[in-house]
Design a protein around this ligand. Structure first.
Ligand SMILES: Cc1cc2nc3c(=O)[nH]c(=O)nc-3n(C[C@H](O)[C@H](O)[C@H](O)COP(=O)(O)OP(=O)(O)OC[C@H]3O[C@@H](n4cnc5c(N)ncnc54)[C@H](O)[C@@H]3O)c2cc1C
Ligand code: FES
Length: 340
């Protein structure tokens, strides 16, 4: 028999925030409750992927599930993710301590990589210790915050490199493409994320699949692995609908020509497929080429439905769960209730 206390719905609790108190209903997250009460707090994905909603509990303990993946020092200070937090007790909330979780960076360049894609180079004021493939949160002066993956490699590149795709109607991406200027200061938070190259097992084959700017973290992981002397085969499948979306194709072809264990497979899912490209979505082409993935390390980045489906498929093809690293670029979820 299940323990009655374990299955009982939790009671409503009170959230104290900026000198006012709000009810958080049973089965409601802290983020949902604050939004329902009309409180403006930053958030984006609502799935725990972006860390944009980070808050601090000054009193009361958020559940461990809402602190999973956060740095231990942050956990100890009461930081948690409101989008994942269904509190079991009253919480006294505070916005994050800026000095503790954000740093300053200077924009070194914003340059076109492809139609609708910008390369952003940043110089952090204080050296940032990151792994290629992780992501940072970029904050505009008005507080708007979004996540971007890191395409650079710390020991190879001077600047932090991001690849930003312009989304129709997207607030931050359009501002980055049109309004962000060289020399401007921005706030950065991170690095975050556990999808990166780990040295060792250098004979292990690696499969990298990404679409659009999903190439950014894969580029870092690829260059990090090659620089580390990874000897196993590395296969990169980059997908787009149109050839111009396969940015850095010439550079990647050149890298493949001088790296015997690296293969680059540009894939086009649109109707026009020129010679030198494979027809189909990147993940479909990759799984057709590599139906057995037992022993492979797999990295999946970009469009969330692709990443989630490919994660399942990689597992079914034999890759072990701890060898599958997924980095879905979750967009802002505008709904009142989170995704399942
Ligand atoms: C871990 C992680 C890593 C990421 N890495 C990258 C990366 O390397 N490169 C990259 O380009 N992106 C990346 N992203 C996505 C990025 O964080 C942003 O979500 C993206 O740039 C869009 O932000 P935006 O402010 O431009 O769009 P938003 O304003 O957040 O809008 C998103 C979409 O919703 C639509 N929309 C907005 N408001 C409304 C409305 N009221 N009604 C209907 N539709 C609406 C917009 O038209 C747009 O298509 C990453 C995301 C995550 C979580
Ligand atoms: S982690 Fe909470 S909104 Fe993304």
């Amino acid at each position: 028999m299940p323990d009655a206390a374990a299955v009982a719905p939790r009671a409503a609790v009170r959230l104290r925030f900026e000198d006012r108190s709000y009810e958080c209903l049973p089965s409601e997250t802290v983020l949902q409750a604050l939004l329902r009460h009309g409180i403006e707090v930053p958030y984006s994905c609502r799935t725990g992927a972006c860390l944009t909603c980070l808050m601090r509990a000054r009193r009361g303990a958020p559940p461990a599930s809402a602190q999973k993946g956060l740095k231990e020092t942050w956990q100890a200070q009461g930081y948690f993710l409101p989008c994942l937090c269904e509190p079991a007790e009253d919480l006294d909330l505070a916005r994050p301590d800026d000095a503790a979780v954000f740093g300053r960076a200077r924009v070194v360049a914003v340059e076109p990589l492809a139609p609708g894609v910008r390369r952003v180079l940043l110089e952090p004021a204080v050296a940032l210790y990151y792994r290629a493939g992780q992501f940072i949160n970029l904050r505009r002066a008005d507080g708007l915050t979004r996540s971007y993956s890191i395409a650079s490699v710390p020991h190879l590149d001077r600047y932090l490199e991001l690849h930003v795709k312009r989304l129709p109607g997207g607030i931050m991406s359009n501002w980055i493409c049109d309004g962000l200027r060289t020399g401007a200061p921005v706030d950065i938070q991170g690095p975050h994320g556990s999808s990166f190259y780990v040295p060792g097992r250098s004979e292990q084959p690696m499969l990298l699949i990404g679409n659009g700017t999903g190439l950014a973290p894969l580029l870092g992981i690829l260059r990090d692995g090659l620089h580390d002397g990874h000897r196993g085969p590395i296969r990169l499948y980059h997908g787009s609908r149109h050839a111009e979306g396969l940015y850095l194709a010439d550079e990647l072809r050149a890298l493949a020509a001088r790296s015997p264990n690296f293969g680059y497979v540009p894939c086009l899912s649109g109707p026009d497929v020129a010679p030198g490209y494979r027809a189909g979505r990147a993940e479909a082409v990759a799984f057709a080429d590599l139906p057995q993935l037992a022993g492979w390390r797999v990295f999946l980045c970009g469009y969330p439905p692709m990443v989630h489906a490919a994660r399942k498929q990689a597992y079914l093809a034999g890759a072990s769960l701890e060898d599958i690293h997924a980095d879905p670029f979750e967009l802002r979820d505008l709904r009142r209730t989170p995704r399942n």
